[in-house]
Ligand binder design. Structure first.
Ligand SMILES: Cc1cc2nc3c(=O)[nH]c(=O)nc-3n(C[C@H](O)[C@H](O)[C@H](O)COP(=O)(O)OP(=O)(O)OC[C@H]3O[C@@H](n4cnc5c(N)ncnc54)[C@H](O)[C@@H]3O)c2cc1C
Length: 578
């Protein structure tokens, strides 16, 4: 064959492959775009502005008055040695300090001494009182007590010091010493690391290039206090009838919660998530569809399969005055087509995906502590100890969860509280194993549903779903879902969808589920397992709602078994009355 013919042959082959590639790409695009919105089919390698909205002028900087609630001059000087050192002033740390205070006061009662002679240091970088409930948690009550008055604890124990504006830099576990960012070295007898988790946005480098007038409107990589300040600012503006557009990134518990909350306050909200639907990582697909419809009905714009790439600031002339103002321009790509770059304009951008632990970056390795490469956080044993005399609690601990048969890192208020308590008991001298099954409650008041999860809740598990039909609420928004792990065959998690008016749900029988895990293999067939789960679901649901037996008997439950990614099977497409 001469060269000319060879080249022609290659050219034909290449164009053939290109055409086949284009054909499949178009097919994939149309498959993944569930919406009938034509704008979503973009030509590749093309920048498309999603839409341009009018954003209000927000150029005044965020108020920081509540940041300095603690008088800096009241600070105590650091000593070189403490019996207990607690790093962090969040839920887990506060729970540990309260427990230690109780233990020492009962010890003093026994010995007739009035005050404790132990020394304790609590440090945190933020200038505010330690909190017991994170200021970010929204529940259905108006007055959410977030700040625990710890003055009492420190007043009762004059040798205990709360020193703010200090952060932990390194732990030298071999010589019972920590180093602070400000350079001080402090000796400890027992150390607790409870430094929480932050949103990791390092991958979005352009954030650091935004100037100060606008960077405060991007939330991510901050502490709970800074989150709360920004959210308060947005809430205040909404209450003053300022029309704002907020883009929330993250389709998990936090993203969906804040999207719904801010839309209810009057903001226009766009929710960006990487997954096919919000909640996709936790709930069976058909429930995600129902809840997503509720979000859309609330007015929230959903952008699934999306990924934020970078952010710039756009100058615009406000039509109402002659001044120039800046908006945020958010650039994002589809997860199935990273060449189709789209953008939207917004007033605020809130990153609320699952947070990564604050500590693993700089506390592990050479400092004798080790981080978990899979779930993040510092590795601890069942007594929450990471090394001799070093304990870890809350969002930053990767602990062996007996009920799940694997390590877990849990981000829930109850887990922070319980693990702080157990860590404190062990610092005091106990050898208590942490075996709690923490509950996480999320109140979506605007959607008329609250979701409580316990154990390991993953949409990759097989689920057995029991829904209460009350004729008043949307289908599938009241009920109990049991999660069965494919590896261990045990029921390892549960979700309850319940009435958001229930302030303190009773979860006693739900917790019992983990005392004696239900093993799928101990049943002759699946119908036997279903017969065991059906009355349990009824019991859990009615007990949680504090309902009496009459109310319980009158409830009708429908049942659905759901296999991830399995379509069209009988049990997947039909509801049975149980
Ligand atoms: C937006 C959002 C909404 C949430 N909603 C819910 C909900 O509805 N229900 C629920 O159960 N949970 C919710 N959570 C999770 C819950 O708030 C956390 O799991 C809980 O607060 C964790 O407590 P913690 O003590 O481990 O960490 P944190 O409360 O984060 O406290 C960490 C402390 O450590 C300090 N610190 C950080 N770095 C250092 C350092 N190097 N040295 C010293 N101190 C340091 C911080 O300043 C802070 O004081 C939500 C979380 C977020 C982000």
């Amino acid at each position: 064959m001469d060269w000319n013919r060879k080249l022609k042959c290659y050219a034909r082959l290449i164009s053939g492959f290109t055409l086949i590639g284009l054909h499949y790409r178009m097919k994939l695009n149309s498959k993944l775009n569930h919406s009938d919105d034509k704008n979503r089919h973009f030509p590749t390698f093309h920048l498309k502005t999603w839409r341009s909205i009018h954003c209000e002028s927000l150029s005044e900087p965020i108020s920081t008055e509540s940041k300095t609630r603690i008088n800096k001059s009241d600070q105590k000087a650091l000593k070189s040695h403490y019996q207990y050192v607690i790093c962090g002033a969040g839920t887990a740390a506060q729970s540990a300090v309260n427990t230690l205070s109780q233990l020492h006061s009962s010890e003093n009662k026994d010995s007739d001494a009035n005050t404790t002679t132990t020394s304790l240091l609590m440090i945190a970088p933020e200038w505010r009182n330690p909190y017991y409930n994170s200021p970010l948690i929204k529940n259905n009550t108006e007055s959410n007590e977030t700040e625990h008055n710890n003055d009492e604890v420190f007043a009762k124990n004059p040798t205990w010091d709360l020193v703010l504006g200090k952060s932990l830099k390194a732990v030298y576990a071999d010589r019972n010493e920590i180093e602070l960012e400000s350079g001080e070295l402090i000796q400890y007898d027992k150390l607790l690391i409870a430094v929480g988790a932050v949103v990791g946005i390092e991958s979005i480098h352009s954030i650091h290039k935004l100037d100060e007038t606008i960077s405060h409107r991007v939330l991510g990589g901050h502490s709970h206090e800074e989150h709360a300040l920004l959210l308060n600012e947005i809430e205040k503006k909404c209450l003053n009838n300022q029309k704002l557009h907020v883009t929330v990134v993250g389709g998990g518990w936090n993203g969906t919660l804040y999207a719904s909350h801010l839309q209810a306050l009057g903001c226009d909200v766009t929710l960006i998530c990487y997954e096919p639907l919000p909640w996709s990582r936790y709930l069976p697909r058909f429930i995600c569809e129902v809840l997503s419809k509720l979000l859309k009905a609330q007015g929230i714009e959903l952008l699934p399969y999306s990924n934020v790439n970078y952010i710039t600031q756009m100058k615009q002339n406000n039509p109402h005055d002659s001044q120039e103002h800046a908006d945020l321009q958010v650039y994002f790509t589809w997860s199935y087509d990273s060449f189709a770059l789209n953008s939207l304009r917004t007033d605020y951008l809130l990153f609320l995906p699952t947070n990564s632990p604050s500590c693993s970056g700089n506390l592990d390795g050479q400092f004798y502590l080790q981080s978990d490469p899979e779930v993040g956080g510092l590795l601890v044993n069942s007594e929450l100890s990471a090394a001799s005399d070093v304990y870890v609690a809350g969002d930053c601990a990767s602990f062996p969860a007996v009920w799940a048969g694997e390590r877990q890192r849990i981000q829930s208020n109850e887990h922070a509280e319980q693990s702080g308590l157990v860590a404190a008991l062990n610092m005091y001298g106990s050898r208590k194993a942490y075996s709690s099954e923490p509950v996480r409650k999320v109140y979506y008041s605007a959607l008329d549903v609250a979701i409580l999860s316990i154990g390991k809740v993953s949409s990759l598990s097989e689920t057995f779903c029991f829904f209460a039909k009350d004729g008043k609420t949307s289908d599938y928004t009241r009920g109990v879902i049991f999660y069965s792990d494919m590896k261990s065959n045990n029921v390892i998690g549960a979700v309850v969808l319940f009435d958001p008016m229930i302030d303190s749900p009773n979860v006693d029988s739900l917790r019992k589920l983990f005392d004696q895990p239900i093993d799928k293999r101990s049943f002759k067939d699946i119908s036997q397992l279903e017969e065991t789960l059906a009355p349990l679901a009824r019991k859990v649901y009615t007990e949680l709602h504090h309902a009496n037996s009459e109310e319980s008997d009158s409830l009708v439950f429908t049942y659905r078994r759901f296999f991830p990614r399995e379509k069209g099977t009988k049990s997947n497409s039909r509801d049975d009355i149980v």
